[in-house]
Ligand binder design. Structure first.
Ligand code: CDP
Ligand code: MG
Length: 751
């Protein structure tokens, strides 16, 4: 049973206390008095299953004590934001107050590091300032993002700002083609290019820019490159650092701006030889931080309880919950919605909005809309809302303490997405989100002991914890001979580089001396994992089924297209089984695509068959782009005519020796027997290692295609025969050698 209210709340007092008045930032202690009371209430609820909090003590560092720069109270500030014109909103941002000196610093220096709190306007404003300053007259302004979601959503916002400015200026009329998204402002992410010849502000993922440098090593079309969110230290950003340092050295006309949300920007400045650091002054409000009193077993349920607690007991203000990924976000949203509905309090509506990268873009955009009057907004997000996206009006932050991180598992030589505790730096960024437009509160669903002893100071840069095969192939294609000499800000462990070199050698992309082979060069042309590009090229070499493999690769490049709604699991499973090709999940994917194609990717047909129509259309787009890339390489896909072809037990990974099981979603369960050998696309480690997307293969194929790892073992008789043969061969050789020696001797004697 969920207890939410006990009638003891002292609403007025709390509201009174959190109000900030006339330019005077309220002392943290005063606010603490208001919340200490709430804390007392919580403690009284000990045995009701509520999450129990302890006020932070001795950790004043993350309780911001800065006085706000502007004198407006929080409620006035956000109400103001709602009615402001775009120009007013832009001019209200901290970046605007230093616009001129910032532009001057950029004019005087080719490389500048810009540091500013999240939400100060770095991402949305810097590009526009550069355009307004005239940098787009001889090139375009590029801005890289570690996350696809951020690139898309920020481009959309900036394009709206640009349109609004045109309207407000009234100097020229709107031009549909030029001014909408994809015109002046566009974005480019893998497999999706929303730019045109009009585009002068281009947001893109760091990976896209990295690939562009393959075709144009000097990146000549850019007059300004902004490496945004550098503090995230994503793999591609880190590689870009090394690449762009060289580009900047060659191009004196290029402006390179690196932005970071954390204060430790010295590493970036040092990396470029001591370039200036420009700091945008912050505008933050105090955030009161609470820790759970005891360790929480289930952070989703704990977050739900805390949300209800806030929603029914605390003053207005939106809530931001940090979860790890789609699954726990959806779980959290569903339970929350149920609980709020069951409590039946119509006067207290809660608008629950999920936010994760696989969510359709129109739903993602909803988090930025202000909730109707009297409605509290509750956003449940991945760590994309930590620094990449800023939502105004958040007063309460609930931090699960976890995020999903890609972690390299050297045992299996692959990456896995693991739920991992955040770092203390992440946790502090998260709590800071509550203090952007007014004083706020942060509830950490972990104890202060966990915070101090179990969390790391900062996260390990991605480059030090992931598979580097992609990066290594790319750098090799860029002409980097010795990777150990490359300018990494933090070099990856040598072991990881060696493993990646080995994997690429295995795929035939590198020769025995570590140089790129012709195959490797062609593989690098595809924005795919090396194993997938090899699969494509290999299929083509065999000349019979590259068409089919192209489809399989496209399907593997989009999120699963199978839709398994809650409450209709059995129904959807049985529909899905109709698509199964019993010996292969890969061929099952092919089958689904071909069937959907027969029905012209009709969305009704998809829905009826529990297939995400958007997902499969995405696969179709990816497919079209891969076909283009193949044709550019003068490779024409050929089809084998679509001909496709029984107890399931445990498998042992033949390279690592790790036991692995078939994933329950596999079509191979439909076979009546266990194939001796299978190959898989991905390993998912949960309670055990599961192979996902699996195809049955013949053992001989392995020996034929991977002779360096596999050989066909001979039977006892044939081994005997072979040894006999060897003995005979040796004897014959010995006799011949002897004969030859004798002859030589005779000859020498004769001479
Ligand atoms: O990059 P930084 O964290 O410094 O700030 P930003 O992302 O440029 O955000 C500046 C302002 O734009 C914030 O007040 C955001 O709330 C707002 N914004 C928005 O309203 N809609 C978006 N899609 C993105 C930003
Ligand atoms: Mg930003």
């Amino acid at each position: 049973a969920m207890r939410v209210t006990d009638g003891k709340k002292k609403k007025e007092e709390m509201e009174g206390d959190t109000e900030v008045e006339g330019g005077e930032g309220k002392q943290v202690d005063d606010i603490a008095a208001g919340t200490a009371l709430k804390n007392d209430e919580l403690e009284r609820d000990d045995d009701s299953g509520e999450v129990d909090y302890k006020k932070t003590s001795g950790f004043a560092a993350h309780v911001t004590k800065k006085k706000p720069l502007n004198g407006k109270s929080s409620s006035t500030a956000s109400a103001f934001a709602r009615n402001k014109s775009i120009r007013e909103q832009r001019e209200y941002l901290p970046a605007f107050s230093v616009r001129d000196s910032l532009l001057q610093t950029i004019r005087e220096n080719n490389i500048v590091i810009v540091v500013g709190e999240t939400g100060s306007g770095k991402t949305t404003q810097l590009t526009q300032y550069c355009k307004e300053e005239g940098y787009t007259e001889y090139g375009i302004v590029g801005c890289t993002q570690p996350r696809r979601v951020a690139a898309m959503s920020v481009a959309k916002r900036v394009s709206e700002e640009v349109v609004a400015m045109v309207k407000e200026d009234g100097k020229r009329s709107l031009d549909e083609e030029r001014d909408s998204l994809g015109g002046t402002v566009g974005y480019s992410i893998r497999f999706e290019d929303q730019t045109s010849e009009h585009t002068v502000i281009k947001y893109m993922t760091d990976g896209v820019l990295l690939r562009e440098s393959l075709r144009d090593p000097d990146l000549n079309k850019y007059s300004v490159i902004i490496m945004d969110e550098a503090h995230e230290r994503s793999l591609n950003t880190d590689v870009l650092f090394g690449v762009l340092r060289k580009v900047a050295a060659r191009r004196s006309d290029l402006k390179l701006i690196v932005t970071s949300a954390t204060l430790s920007a010295d590493v970036f400045s040092d990396f470029f030889g001591g370039v200036p650091i420009f700091r945008i002054p912050g505008r933050t409000f105090p955030v009161e931080t609470y820790f759970a009193k005891s360790v929480q077993e289930d952070y989703v349920m704990a977050a739900v309880k805390q949300t209800l607690q806030i929603h029914f007991n605390s003053p207005p203000g939106d809530i931001l919950i940090f979860m790890t990924g789609q699954e726990d976000i959806e779980g959290c949203c569903t339970v929350l919605a149920e609980k709020v509905a069951n409590l039946g309090d119509d006067s207290k509506p809660l608008l629950i909005l999920p936010m994760y990268s696989q969510l359709p873009a129109d739903l993602q955009a909803k988090i930025f809309d202000a909730a109707p009057d009297g409605v509290r907004k509750c956003i449940v997000s991945t760590n994309v809302a930590e620094t990449s996206l800023t939502v105004d009006g958040i007063k309460y932050v609930i931090d699960s303490g976890y995020c999903k991180l890609k972690v390299y598992n050297p045992k299996i030589g692959m990456d896995a997405l693991n739920v991992t505790p955040v770092s203390r730096a992440n946790a502090n960024q998260r709590s800071g989100r509550a203090g952007r437009t007014g004083p706020g509160f942060c509830f950490r669903l972990y104890t202060d002991r966990q915070f101090r002893e179990e969390l790391m100071e900062t996260a390990v840069p991605e480059i030090q914890r992931t598979n580097l095969s992609n990066v290594v192939l790319l750098l090799k294609s860029l002409g980097v001979k010795n990777l150990l000499d490359f300018d990494f800000m933090d070099p990856p462990p040598e072991d990881n580089i060696m493993t990646s070199l080995y994997q690429l050698w295995m795929l035939g992309a590198l020769d025995n001396t570590g140089d790129l082979t012709g195959l490797g060069r062609r593989m690098a042309e595809f924005p795919l994992d090396p194993s997938l590009s090899k699969m494509l090229l290999f299929a083509h070499e065999h000349g019979k089924c590259s068409s089919e493999v192209l489809i399989v690769v496209s399907m593997l490049s989009v999120p699963s297209v199978f839709f398994r709604p809650k409450g209709r699991e059995e129904e959807s499973d049985s529909v899905r089984e109709k698509f199964f090709v019993p010996e292969s999940d890969h061929l099952t994917l092919l089958n689904v695509f071909l069937r959907a194609k027969q029905y012209k990717f009709d969305s009704q047909w998809c829905t009826k068959h529990f297939i995400h129509s958007k997902g499969i259309r995405k696969a179709r787009e990816v497919h079209a782009q891969l076909v283009d890339l193949m044709e550019q390489q003068k490779l024409h896909p050929l089809s084998c005519g679509g001909r496709m072809g029984r107890r399931i037990g445990e498998y042992i990974n033949m390279l690592s020796g790790i036991p692995s099981a078939l994933h329950p979603s596999s079509a191979l369960f439909g076979l009546g027997y266990t194939p001796d050998y299978v190959c898989y696309h991905e390993l998912i480690s949960t309670t055990k290692e599961y192979m996902s997307c699996v195809t049955a293969v013949e053992g001989e194929w392995l020996a034929e295609l991977g002779p360096m790892f596999f050989s066909v073992k001979e039977s006892y008789e044939s081994a005997l025969k072979r040894r006999q043969q060897e003995r005979e061969d040796k004897a014959r050789m010995d006799t011949e050698m002897l004969k030859k020696e004798e002859e030589e001797e005779v000859r020498r004697e004769l001479e």
